[in-house]
Design a binder for this molecule. Structure first.
Ligand code: CTP
Length: 403
């Protein structure tokens, strides 16, 4: 999954022959899951049509401060466009556009938008060999970098002039991978390993029956995704669920029973920095598992249950510097019970769900939690989607690492 997924990318196109390649660039951004809007300079329209770009980006293309053909047209607000963008990619950036970016000469919408944008700006230069080598171009590069822009180096090859050398705009797929790598390098949890447990456990009674619970696994899967999106390497130990996950930073370890979850957690725990126990592990399991299917011969059947091992508590006992997060689902004396669990299980943070809160708990898309840390400081949160709660939990991990 690309780091560009869900990002708002504003593509600025200036007037060079390489502009014809931006159709492919827009396609790559869309394929990576980004939302794309395009702003073009007047000169670029000689090389690529706004119709092509708006069809591919599924958005209108912005080219002037107002729409000349529509008398009811509204002002194209460069400030809004600049604020909409998570990333501004100027490709191709001609020598002319780069020099205007340096001096702030905003005589077109692209430059005005550039001056208004608060997001990272990537610049993919494209020009002929001698222009590329000219001291004033070099000066533009230096100044643009000094302003905080990121230059995507031009490539070498045959140029439109017939000359051979440096100056060709980086190929669209190389622009995409350059930006992806750059963003990945800045992800706050990059280099961290996080173990997450999720879902229910099934405790066997006989070969066909089990004791389970209604946990959907969603909370744990959302935490895994949010942590992976923040750059962490995630080991997701999941009980049986219908959920699917596909993220190159997430390793899914499927388990069924609490005993299997215990073994999986202890296999990985020593090598992780953080563990989040979001699974609804069965508290009891049948003491004896029947080897054959139990027949309904008797009027009554009594199952003897024994306690499962508390996986989280066992991790708490073993931890050596790992940041350990547990959940508590309480119906009474919520805060007191949660604080007791912090102590008992040696946790750094507990995420308390109160079943008394409407919208919180099993099978619901939302959750309302209170964070309590090891200093017993309480932080009640608003009712939110489970995705947003997952993000809050990941933010707590970031706070722990001051990132
Ligand atoms: N947990 C675990 N292994 C168990 C039971 C629970 O890892 N065998 C973890 C859960 O993933 C969760 C936390 O411990 O993070 C829940 O704690 P638990 O003591 O089970 O509390 P509740 O289920 O909320 O309730 P109770 O107080 O009834 O035990």
């Amino acid at each position: 999954m690309s780091v560009l997924r869900g990002k708002n990318i504003l593509l600025g196109i200036s007037g060079g022959i390489a502009a014809y390649k931006t159709a492919t660039l827009v396609r790559h951004f869309i394929k990576a899951g980004a939302h794309v809007k395009v702003v073009v300079t007047p000169a670029s329209k000689d090389f690529i049509t706004p119709l092509t770009l708006s069809t591919l980006s599924k958005n209108p293309v912005f080219s002037s401060f107002y729409n000349e053909e529509d008398e009811n047209a509204v002002w194209n607000n460069h400030v809004e466009l600049g604020l909409w963008a998570d990333l501004f990619v100027i490709a191709p950036a001609t020598a002319n556009t780069m020099s205007k970016m340096v001096t702030g000469n905003s005589d077109n919408l692209l430059i005005a938008t550039y001056l208004s944008a608060k997001c990272p700006v990537y610049v993919a230069p494209a020009m002929d060999l001698d222009m590329y080598r000219h001291p004033s171009t070099k000066d533009s590069f230096d100044k643009l970098e000094a302003f905080g822009n990121i230059i995507i180096p031009a490539e070498s090859g045959e140029l439109a002039s017939g000359l051979y050398g440096e100056g060709r705009m980086a190929e669209p797929e190389n622009i995409v991978s350059f930006i992806e790598k750059h963003l990945e390098g800045q992800l706050p949890l990059r280099g961290k390993k996080i173990l997450v447990t999720a879902g229910p456990t099934y405790e066997p009674i006989d070969p066909v029956r089990f004791i389970g619970n209604h946990s959907s696994g969603k909370m744990g899967y959302d935490i895994a995704l949010a942590a992976a999106d923040a750059g962490a390497e995630v080991i997701l130990v999941s009980g049986p669920t219908h959920l699917r996950v596909s993220h190159e930073q997430i390793q899914l370890v499927k388990v069924t029973s609490s005993a299997e979850m215990y073994t999986a957690c202890h296999t990985y725990f020593d090598g992780v920095d953080v563990a989040v126990a979001a699974a609804a592990v069965a508290d009891y399991r049948p003491k004896h598992v029947a080897a054959q299917k139990i027949k309904k011969n008797e009027a009554h059947l009594t199952l003897e249950l024994e306690k499962t091992t508390d996986i989280l508590a066992s991790l708490g006992e073993k931890k050596k510097g790992q940041f350990l997060i547990g959940f508590a689902l309480e119906t009474e004396n919520e805060v007191e019970n949660a604080k007791a669990k912090i102590r008992k299980k040696n946790l750094d943070l507990i995420v308390l769900n109160s079943l008394n809160d409407e919208g919180a708990g099993f099978g619901k898309p939302t959750n309302k939690v209170t964070f309590i840390n090891s200093r017993f400081e309480e932080e009640p949160m608003a009712l939110k989607s489970k995705e947003a709660v997952a993000q809050d939990i990941v933010n707590k991990i970031k706070e722990h690492y001051n990132v």
